[in-house]
Design a protein around this ligand. Structure first.
Ligand code: ATP
Ligand code: MG
Length: 449
């Protein structure tokens, strides 16, 4: 992509309405535009990051055995009357009528609809286990939409729904999602910490929220600091095998939000040097709810003994449009965003310091082409403006590597690489630049680990 042909509406000033750093930076970097309270357009740079986040979510859901489909945003109220939630949901639900005055709603979640799909097509235990997911817009009329896309009214959710014959099967499904979530957040450069959450009337230990630690997080969290540095299960984890050892290993360490525990219990449970009291952003939630929807909605299969069994279900959410600001909260400095390579809008930017200078133009173009051919997601800053502004832009939008090309270096056949995160700079020959960048970038994609 050539920056001169791109659409990147940067803001000079920090908008007053933005209280937290991620919201400020997303506005300043031209990633989002507010359209109404809690409603945002994703501008090209933001949308590019969002798509990388979505891709990782999809890859890890698929790896764990979940199957993707797509359900509509607007749902019929009748479906929700079957589960009893149409009346229970309250003001968070956006209720709509069509021209025939039929009650509709903009889906805040999809348990009812997926249960309807299941009961229509699945009738035998042989078709289980099954986990279906989609990534679709949700609307929740939040009391306090705030912090940009962190808590918006219209937001994207990955919601998966598992169907099993019994609680033991549901537990295996739950553990598959647990491991998939650990890997998903790791691949985005995040530490997603599983925290024991409210399991509702069912009780038990099959409700976990995943939190990213950040000062601006809305939840108070208490954890054993070992969790923050624990290596996640590798890419060759066998999702058809027994994941209990991994699950038990992670959940044996203390981690809970302040809704689930209190400081005294935490201090008594974790040894002094490992006590970490912090704030967290909830980026995912996995939950087993048994037959809450399958029972009233009649989602049954024939069991091995020929008798009907009401299926056991769980649901598993991740918020991609919340993850983007969560990543920024976890990774920025005074100059702007510092994207992890795996979700960066571009992996590298070629900065042509002197547009119009024949040698600089030719070298920049050549490097840009070669990087593209090497499979690097690259931006070319070919805007006719001063070097200072170009460096500031590259820093603000957080591109992990800047390849700086100008007449002074080119005299000696040299260019410079600046590492966004560390600030480190290296001078190298024109010929070596592409290979060096690929060697830096490829391992940080985290797509083979
Ligand atoms: P919260 O406690 O933050 O309101 P929730 O418990 O209502 O979240 P879930 O119903 O568990 O959220 O939804 C699954 C995921 O969807 C959350 O973990 C979060 O990542 C995302 N999410 C929920 N509400 C919003 C929102 N208003 N804006 C952006 N993302 C959201
Ligand atoms: Mg939740």
């Amino acid at each position: 992509m050539r920056l001169s042909r791109y659409f990147l509406p940067l803001l000079k000033e920090t908008p007053k309405e933005a209280e937290i750093i991620s919201h400020q930076l997303m506005l300043r970097a031209g990633m989002i535009k507010q359209q109404a309270a809690g409603s945002y357009s994703w501008l090209p740079l933001g949308f590019k990051v969002l798509n990388k986040v979505i891709r990782i979510v999809e890859e890890e859901q698929n790896r764990s055995g979940a199957v993707q489909l797509l359900m509509p945003t607007v749902q019929s109220a009748d479906l929700w009357r079957e589960s009893g939630r149409y009346d229970d949901y309250g003001k968070e639900m956006l209720r709509i009528q069509d021209r025939h005055e039929r009650d509709m709603l903009f889906g805040p979640t999809n348990e009812e609809m997926i249960t309807d799909i299941f009961r229509t097509y699945v009738s035998s235990y042989k078709d289980l286990p099954l986990n279906l997911y989609h990534i679709q817009w949700k609307f929740r009329d939040e009391v306090r939409p705030r912090f940009g896309t962190m808590r918006s009214r219209e937001f994207l959710m990955k919601d998966a729904y598992s169907f099993d014959l019994d609680e033991a099967g549901a537990k295996r499904a739950f553990q598959r999602m647990f491991v998939a979530y650990l890997r998903t957040f790791y691949r985005m450069g995040l530490t997603g910490i599983p925290m024991r959450a409210d399991a509702g009337p069912i009780g038990g230990d099959m409700s976990y929220e995943f939190h990213v630690l950040a000062e601006t997080g809305e939840s108070g969290v208490f954890l054993d600091s070992d969790l923050a540095s624990k290596p996640v299960p590798p890419i060759d984890t066998d999702f058809s095998g027994d994941l209990s050892p991994i699950f038990d290993d992670w959940t044996s360490l203390f981690a809970a939000t302040d809704e689930m525990t209190d400081e005294a219990t935490f201090r008594a449970s974790v040894s002094g040097n490992k006590q970490l009291a912090a704030r967290g952003i909830e980026v995912g939630h996995i939950f087993y709810f048994g037959t809450k929807y399958s029972e009233p909605m009649g989602a049954k299969v024939t069991g091995p003994d020929g008798k009907d069994v009401v299926v056991h279900m769980g649901s598993y959410g991740i918020g991609p449009t919340r993850l983007v600001p969560a990543i920024i909260e976890a990774s920025h400095d005074e100059n702007g965003i510092v994207w992890p390579v795996s979700v960066a809008p571009f992996e590298a930017v070629v900065i042509n310091l002197k547009v119009g200078d024949g040698q600089s133009d030719a070298a920049s173009q050549r490097l840009y082409d070669e990087l593209g051919r090497a499979g690097i997601d690259v931006l070319l800053d070919d805007r006719d403006q001063g070097a200072g502004g170009k460096f500031a832009t590259a820093d603000l939008i957080g591109i992990p590597y800047q390849l700086i090309v100008g007449p002074r270096g080119l005299k000696d056949g040299q260019v410079e690489i600046k590492h966004r995160k560390s600030g480190e700079r290296e001078t190298l020959s024109l010929e070596a630049a592409v290979g060096r960048l690929a060697a830096l970038i490829v391992p940080q994609r985290r797509d083979t680990v």
